[in-house]
Design a protein around this ligand. Structure first.
Ligand code: SAM
Length: 232
């Protein structure tokens, strides 16, 4: 098919100074993700605090690898989670290409948080409890009800498990938010990407689940795209 994305044809994409191999056909990293992650990286570097992070819904691993590379002194460890085994292989390929030392990461096969319970105790620090300092999440968030708005090349080539989040697009966001705070240290932060058409519903979900400190942000195209949630 001639609508194959150029990134798959070329086999890789550049993302915040990293080379992201796409041989296992994970979702192609997006410019919107690069936009908010750049800000997260700046914050980590400004805070000058050692951090332990989770890249959940990791796909190619682009988010976690960019943090490891751009915050190399401060990011002590990154856990990567995906449900698709080929993407776990992809993450390892990308960690190796970007020369990340094996002591700095763990790759976990899990349905969202189901299999990462054992990790929590490892990340206990005096005063702020167990869990992660940062959780980065770019879940599948397009609603099946918006399928008609999705580009044909995405439907033809990209993995559907990375794109669609149930009928209303909130299936994974709902599941993620239900458990996320248990995995966050006191003072920790969640960066969550969402569909610009579901800001109202995402906010409603945060309220229902009694998250109190959060701030919504727009992407470089002026669309609501990401929210930072803090745990005090
Ligand atoms: C939107 S992609 C994000 C990929 C990458 N983080 C990025 O920003 O380019 C979502 C990823 O979530 C994974 N995924 C889907 N369902 C999952 C689940 N139940 N548990 C863990 N990962 C899941 C998909 O395999 C896919 O790699």
């Amino acid at each position: 098919m001639d609508n194959c994305p150029k990134e798959y044809k070329r086999g890789f994409k550049r993302f915040l100074g990293c080379k992201v191999d796409l041989s296992q056909k994970p979702m192609i990293p997006r410019l919107e993700t690069e936009f908010w992650l750049k800000k997260a990286i700046k914050t980590i570097n400004q805070e000058k605090k050692r951090v332990v992070c989770l890249d959940i819904f990791a796909g190619s691993g682009c988010i976690g690898i960019a943090v490891l590379k751009n915050c190399s002194e401060l990011c002590q460890r990154m856990d990567f989670v995906d449900i698709v085994k080929d993407f776990l292989k992809q993450i390892k390929i990308n960690l190796d290409i970007n020369k990340i030392s094996p002591g700095k990461y763990k790759i976990i096969h899990s349905d969202i948080f189901k299999s990462i319970k054992g990790e929590l105790a490892l990340h206990r620090t005096e005063g702020s409890g167990a869990g992660y300092d940062y959780i980065f999440a770019n879940p599948p968030y397009v609603g099946l009800d918006k399928r008609h708005l999705v580009q044909e090349s995405v439907l033809d080539w990209e993995p559907m498990i990375a794109i669609f989040g149930g009928e209303d697009g909130l299936f994974y966001i709902r599941k993620f938010l239900k458990d996320a705070r248990k995995h966050l240290k006191r003072g920790g932060k969640i960066y969550l990407e969402f569909d610009h058409m579901r800001k109202k519903e995402t906010e409603e979900l945060l309220r229902q689940l009694k998250y109190k400190n959060y701030k919504f942000h727009k992407d470089q195209f002026g669309k609501w795209r990401w929210v930072v949630i803090r745990q005090f």
